[in-house]
Design a protein around this ligand. Sequence first.
Ligand SMILES: C[S@@+](CC[C@H](N)C(=O)[O-])C[C@H]1O[C@@H](n2cnc3c(N)ncnc32)[C@H](O)[C@@H]1O
Length: 230
Amino acid sequence: MAMQLTLQPRLQAIAGLVPQGVRLADVGTDHGYLPIYLLQHHRISSAIATDLHPGPLDRGRQTAQTYGMEKRIVFCLCDGLQAVDPQTVDTVVIAGMGGETIAAILDAVPWSREKLLLLQPMSRAEFLRPWLMDHGYAIGKEELVLDKGHIYPILQVTGGTMAALSAGEIYYGLSRPDGPLFAAYLQNWKSRLEKAAAGLRQSKLPGDRLTELEAALAALREREEFLCQP
Ligand SMILES: C[S@@+](CC[C@H](N)C(=O)[O-])C[C@H]1O[C@@H](n2cnc3c(N)ncnc32)[C@H](O)[C@@H]1O
C-alpha cells in the first residue's frame, strides 16, 4: 500500500480550502507536499508544481516518487506561473513566500484574475492586502492558522473589486473576528507596530511613517476594545 503523507497545520489548512476536483497549480512547491496530499486524497484532478529553483523542484520530484505520484504531477522550472498554460488550471496556491513575492508572481500573469487564488504569505501580508485591492483582485475571505507558534493568514482571492480596506484591516485582515486566533493575531500586530513606532519616535526623523503607524495602531486598539466587550 502506498505511503500516506501527513501535512503540517499550515499546509493542511490550505488543503482544506482547495475546492473538490479542481486542476491545481502549486507555485513555489519546494517539497511538493501539497499537490501530493491532494492527489492522494482524490481532491484534485491534476497538478502542476512550479519552482524558481532546480534544487527545490528536484526535492518535489523525489517526494512525488516516494509517494508514487511522479506521473500525476507536472513539474515546471519557472518564475511563478510564467510557463503555465492558463487553460490547464482553475485554482492556484502560492504559499510560504513573502507578500511582495506573491504580488510580483501575480502581476506577471494577468490571467491570474480569472482563477481562484489561495495565497498564504509568510510575511508582509500588510503589503499584499492593499496591493490586491489596488490591482483588480478581491479578497473573499481569510482564515488564520497556527503552526509552530506562528499565526499565518490564508487569503481566498479572485479577480474583481472589493470594499476599501480600513487602516486596521490592512494589518489584521478579513478573517472572522470571532475565530479562535483573531484576538492573538491582532495582539501580535499591535505589539509589532508599537515597537516600530517606539523606534521611530526615538529617531530624529520620524516623518510620515510614524503618523501612518500611529493611525494604524489607533485602529488596532479600537478593534481590540470592541473585541473585549461582553
Ligand atoms: C519556503 S518554500 C515554500 C514551499 C511550499 N509552498 C510551502 O508553503 O510549504 C518557498 C519556495 O518558493 C520558491 N520560490 C520563490 N520565489 C519563486 C517564484 N518567483 N516562482 C516560483 N517559485 C518561487 C522557492 O524556491 C522555494 O522553493
